[in-house]
Design a protein around this ligand. Sequence first.
Ligand code: BG6
Length: 254
Amino acid sequence: MVEISLFGGQITSFRQASGDEVLYIRPDAVFDRSKPIAGGIPLCFPQFGPGAIQQHGFARNVDWSVSDSSADPNPDDREPEVQLLLRDNEFTRSIWPHEFQAALTVNLHGERLRLDFRVINPSSGGTFDFTAALHSYIEVVDVERSAVKYLDKVVSATSPPECEEEGEAVLIQGPVDRVYLDAGEYAELHVGNGAAVALSSHGWRDAVVWNPWTAMPDAYRRFVCVENAVAAVPIRLDPGSGWRARLELYVNDL
Ligand SMILES: O=P(O)(O)OC[C@H]1O[C@@H](O)[C@H](O)[C@@H](O)[C@@H]1O
């Protein structure tokens, strides 16, 4: 089962048939639209990280709409799908002066969550550049028993070498905030109980691994963010062009 918040166009829960939750909501999360929901899968757009506009962009701070859904005509749909849409409006143009359409299709394929993100430049005006991420908070049994595997290890020069890397695995034994460039299309987060969350992606070039450690004393042991991103080199969209990237998230019992 998947729960989606229209505020932020954000996945807030992804549960397996067993009832096990895959994602993590931080204990400091608020759902009153006063700030982004801290957990689940925030969508960072049109900027990943700090920069010219607010940290991680405005998409996680605004209401999206439902532009298509399989739910109403077919409530027993075995593969439910919802498409969320964000278009430029007066508020977004006051921050980022571009016409755009961003669409996130959320599809539940059996026990797999499929996210298809598209950005279109519909304007007859200018070109724009953006960066973006699916900032997935994944629940772990204990951060010190978790490991991220199969990321290609080309770390951005701006990322300090603060975590242990042992063979194929990234082990988290302190604060970590790393951007992996051209990270490959598959990564796994071993959650510490013999299961792993697989992230299989296409089009998301980079990956980010983040855990704040004791800066968030009530939360850090229970999650690792493994983020699919275009962080290093912005995507440039000319008028009339579009960009698309996909993520499939599922649990592997090892
Ligand atoms: O607190 P925020 O804005 O949700 O960001 C959380 C973290 O998000 C990660 O993607 C960044 O790499 C970190 O640097 C940042 O601290």
